[in-house]
Design a protein around this ligand. Structure first.
Ligand code: ZN
Length: 258
């Protein structure tokens, strides 16, 4: 079973659901599910709601590149295997109350970052990591803390704690989520004149070697299902994944909206 929040998020992304991503799968979510399936060309009239829900989960997994067989709302062997594969990548944790405060408007748009964050390179503080990271380009160098903008410090600290909680240290390492690719870096955008979001210390890169700037979801490791929860956690804190939003620079999350 795919968790309710992920289902709501998928429905919202498709434009079928405008309610809160609150993990409460009620009438509005059920209606949105039916509408999404109809829009996708499925004849669902005789299907009861639980079958529609399973069909939607099949569609979500198919979208994530997991082979589910036909989108028929029936849990056959293929769907069962697909769900196991999905769970492997997305072992869900019970969010603590503080995590539920999803405030997507907390961070400014990119065009407003100067007004919100101040001058590039200013107002920095240190973030102590809950697990040791390795410097991506020199993996013998351990990173235990790094400079980050004081306005995003608490949010990032929460995200890192939840990431550790969800994956555990061994899995984090196996996935390369402990490979620190940089945060504060006062510079221009690559190939542009505008300042990089890294100039304010509110963008973080992870595992750049497996998520190169111009790679899309077919190549970037971060686009795989195992990383979905990692990106969900950042998004729940109001951060933006350029991979998810623009399908490039999958290494990068930032506390500024596009
Ligand atoms: Zn970046």
């Amino acid at each position: 079973m795919i968790d309710d929040r992920t289902v709501q998020r998928a429905l919202a992304k498709g434009g079928f659901y405008t309610g809160a991503i609150d993990g409460l799968y009620g009438d509005v979510s059920r209606r949105a599910t039916r509408n999404a399936l109809i829009a996708d060309g499925h004849t669902i009239a005789p299907w009861i709601d639980p079958r529609c829900r399973i069909a939607l989960e099949q569609a979500i997994m198919a979208e994530a590149g997991i082979e589910t067989g036909p989108i028929d709302g029936l849990v056959g062997p293929q769907t069962r295997i697909a769900l196991e594969r999905w769970q492997d990548g997305q072992r869900t944790v019970e969010p603590s109350p503080v995590d539920i405060a999803h405030q997507p408007d907390r961070f400014p748009r990119q065009k407003d970052v100067r007004a919100f964050y101040g001058a590039p390179g200013q107002h920095q503080t240190k973030l102590d990591l809950p697990f040791a990271m390795r410097l991506a380009w020199d993996t013998d160098t351990i990173v235990r803390r790094f400079s980050i903008h004081e306005k995003v410090h608490d949010s990032a600290a929460r995200a890192f704690a939840r990431i550790l909680d969800h994956y555990g240290e061994t899995k984090l390492r196996a996935l390369g989520l402990d490979l620190f690719g940089g945060c504060l870096n006062v510079r221009r955008m690559r190939g542009g004149t505008a300042m990089s979001m890294h100039s304010w210390g509110m963008a973080i890169d992870f595992d750049p070697a497996h998520n190169a700037l111009r790679w899309n979801r077919d190549r970037a490791r971060m686009a795989r299902p195992a990383y979905a929860r990692f990106l969900d956690i950042w998004e729940e804190e109001g951060w933006v994944s350029l991979g998810r939003e623009r399908n490039y620079d999958w290494m990068h999350v930032q506390a500024a909206r596009l």
